[in-house]
Structure formats: structure tokens, C-alpha cells
Design a protein around this ligand. Structure first.
Ligand code: FES
Length: 162
């Protein structure tokens, strides 16, 4: 069951918009922040807060790549592989991360810290190759820079600041 404070945040999110529907993605992200992903029981709870059919929410989760139906690592490294980033080397970044973390694209490291994913355009094409982790953007990626980002995140997690 979602924490009361999560439910309250979702209710506040609903109040922000004239149409409840507009609050759905934000509400799902709030629920995901607590649980790490969106299993059917969580979708059911969010649907109940919206008085919606849970199946409609399930379709939404399938559509948005930043909403997860399965457990993911503490940090999801979402590397853009749309055209502008592809042209400046996103594939090289994805391959490098895959080797550096020893995890396939779509997988999660054995320690549960990192999941590696491809993402659609992150709307910062001039900074490609781009990656999003949690809600932070990292641009102008190089193999060295992604290693440094991963090491920083690892250090943050081991200090309990994850
Ligand atoms: S193509 Fe990568 S951010 Fe737009």
C-alpha cells in the first residue's frame, strides 16, 4: 500500500490541473518514486485515487519509457538513442556503459544499483549524447564522463545519499 504522504502528494497533483487526466503521469511518477516501479497493486491504488479503470493506467505505463512495470536498479541510466544523439555517438556511449557496468541494455547490475536503458529523445538534442538519471540530465557524454558519473552515483549510494 502507498504511504499516506505519497497518496497526499498524488491528491495534490490532481488538484493542480483542471482535468484529472493531465495529472496521471505525474501521479504515477510520484508512486514510482516510493516503490521503485509500478506493480499491478500500485496501479490499482493510483487508479482508485483517480476513480479510473486500472487497465487504462496499465496502457499508459506501457507507453512511457520512464514508467517501469518491473523492478529496476536504484539508478536508471536512460541514454537517448534518437537521431541527433545517435549522430554524435550515443551507441558508443551505450556500448561503453554496458561493458563498464557489465550489464546488457535493458538489464540491471547484480548489486541492483544500475539499470541501463535506451530512451527516446530527451528534448536536449543540442547537448547530445544525452542521458537522464532520475530527473537529472547529463549531456555531451563521453566514455570517460559516463564512467565518472557512474562512480559518483556509486559513491552517493554507498554514503546513503542515493
Ligand atoms: S535526440 Fe537525444 S536529446 Fe534529442
Amino acid at each position: 500500500m502507498l504511504l499516506k504522504q505519497t497518496q497526499d502528494r498524488i491528491r495534490q497533483e490532481i488538484q493542480k490541473y483542471p482535468s484529472r487526466r493531465s495529472a496521471l503521469v505525474g501521479a504515477l511518477r510520484i508512486a514510482q518514486r516510493e516503490k521503485g516501479y509500478l506493480p499491478p497493486d500500485v496501479l490499482g491504488e493510483v487508479a482508485a485515487l483517480f476513480e479510473y479503470d486500472p487497465n487504462a493506467l496499465n496502457e499508459l505505463v506501457t507507453f512511457y519509457s520512464m514508467l517501469y512495470r518491473e523492478p529496476v536498479g536504484r539508478y536508471v541510466l536512460a541514454v537517448c538513442d534518437s537521431l541527433a544523439c545517435y549522430l554524435v555517438g550515443s551507441d558508443r556511449i551505450i556500448d561503453h556503459l554496458s561493458r563498464f557496468l557489465d550489464v546488457p541494455v535493458g538489464g540491471t547490475t547484480a548489486d541492483g544499483l544500475f539499470s541501463l536503458r535506451r530512451a527516446e529523445c530527451l528534448a536536449a538534442c543540442d547537448l547530445g549524447p544525452m542521458m537522464m538519471v532520475d530527473e537529472q540530465y547529463y549531456g555531451n557524454l563521453t566514455p570517460e564522463r559516463v564512467e565518472s558519473i557512474v562512480n559518483e552515483l556509486r559513491a552517493r549510494a554507498s554514503e546513503g545519499k542515493a
